[in-house]
Write a protein that binds this ligand. Structure first.
Ligand code: PMP
Length: 420
């Protein structure tokens, strides 16, 4: 079982396996979306009693909703150590946060980004001058590549976009060191913390970054909720991301003036319950950081060590130095295509994993380039607060069996019935 000191998630369902049995679902897809925390469900349930639009009325429900919404913003600010002059904008997800930031950059901003980024962080800059750095081979290499790009940037405004943790290999990036290089050259830094905040404390000042974005659904809150936190100046001058009600200061027949602050970019009725849920998740994680870290570290070392010990399994790493990492591992199984590995894990063992390129095509292509040319995708397992030791042992046993014997006959039999 998960230690009692770790915030509880809603109970895992029993799922059918192809031998006709039922087994507790082993969710190894926390890197995609996490199950809800019990405390998040409770916070949302409480807030449904005051369902009402925020900042739009004097009615009791409206006042309470407005209070909850702004208290949620304060919790998010506290969670990432927002400074004076930072603001918290609620968005739909990390992708939305980076698209908002892309639209808010001063016109001539030069963007520097590593090719290894998730597409949410790699792609929103297409309308900007962008320098795409290759996938680094080591942490030192990443620093050298960034130093060189910063030296060559002639723009008066530069934004360096970094990941906190890779959604493919689980490795942590040396954010503090890279951000210091950027700051030394007068550049700003935006951090994709989607795979980091659930596992490690993120503090804007300690890391030396200007913006941070993450998604609620990766920290045990619902889909459709995300945040962008950071320097208010560019955001306050930018064209509103969502023009509409709530974002306006005054509307005349010929002109509109816009609010400053987060409301400028949050036009329309916001996802109040989503914001409350994100804040509840942030509070639970903030208050239980050390229990979460020790639970996940134990799982991660067993998971990584166990997978690497299986003959025919290859795990992947960017920096080749992954002692400290998030509980996310990408691997391939010799002779078994990745979609089949993931389908068999589901159908035969009730284990949910992901296969493919994980919205990080350039990184996966680089990591797999030494492999057989036929191997173009990997399997990813990602653990979290709902993961038990039994899940890890079930996964390792299942992968060992797939590596030794291929997919079992039970799986072959149901394949034609569209089980997967
Ligand atoms: N960055 C990273 C590192 C991610 O893992 C993800 C989600 N897979 C995202 C960004 C995008 O998050 P979302 O899909 O919630 O916008």
């Amino acid at each position: 079982a998960v230690p009692a000191t770790v915030p509880a998630t809603v109970a895992a369902p029993l799922v059918p396996t192809c031998d006709g049995g039922l087994v507790e679902y082993a969710n190894f897809d926390h890197g995609a979306s996490t199950p809800a925390l019990v405390s998040v469900v409770a916070a949302v349930e409480k807030a449904t009693a005051t369902y009402s639009s925020v900042h739009r009325g004097q009615g009791w429900a409206s006042q309470v909703s407005s209070h909850y919404y702004e208290a949620a913003r304060d919790e998010v600010a506290r969670f990432v150590g927002a400074r004076d002059g930072d603001e918290v904008v609620f968005t739909r997800n990390t992708t939305d946060s980076f698209n908002l930031l892309a639209k808010a950059l001063p016109r001539r901003t030069q963007v520097i980004v590593f090719a290894s980024e998730h597409h949410a962080t790699l792609l929103p800059w297409e309308e900007r001058r962008t320098t795409r750095l290759p996938v680094p081979l080591t942490h030192r290499d990443a620093e050298a590549l960034l130093r060189d790009a910063l030296k060559r940037s002639t723009s008066s405004s530069t934004l360096v976009v970094l990941s906190g943790a890779s959604n493919v290999t689980g490795e942590y990036w040396a954010v503090e060191r890279l951000a210091a290089l950027a700051r030394g050259r007068g550049a700003r830094v935006a951090l994709d913390a989607a795979q980091l905040v659930g596992h490690r404390r993120v503090d804007l000042d300690t890391l030396g970054v200007d913006y941070v974005a993450f998604s609620g659904h990766k920290i045990y809150a619902p889909y459709g909720t995300g945040v962008l936190v950071g320097r208010a100046d560019w955001l306050d001058k930018a064209t509103p991301y969502l023009a509409g009600g709530g974002a306006t200061a005054a509307v005349g027949p010929l002109s509109t003036t816009w609010k400053t602050g987060p409301a400028r970019h949050e036009g329309g009725t916001p996802n109040v319950l989503g914001a409350i849920a994100v804040a509840a998740a942030c509070a639970a994680i903030r208050e239980n950081r050390s229990a979460i870290e020790s639970h996940e570290q134990r799982l991660t070392s067993r998971l990584v060590g166990g997978l690497r010990a299986i003959e025919g399994v290859e795990t992947f790493s960017i920096f080749g130095d992954d002692a400290d990492r998030a509980p996310v591992v990408a691997f391939t199984v010799d002779g078994v295509p990745s979609p089949l590995v993931s389908a068999a894990l589901s159908a035969e063992y009730g284990i949910g994993v992901r296969d493919g390129k994980f919205c990080a095509h350039l990184l996966v292509d680089a990591l797999l380039s030494d492999e057989d040319a036929e191997v173009t995708t990997a399997v990813r397992v990602s653990a979290g607060l709902a993961t038990t030791d039994e899940h890890v042992e079930r996964l390792l046993g299942a992968v060992a069996s797939l590596a030794a014997n291929g997919t079992g006959t039970a799986y072959e039999q149901v394949e034609g019935r569209g089980w997967v």
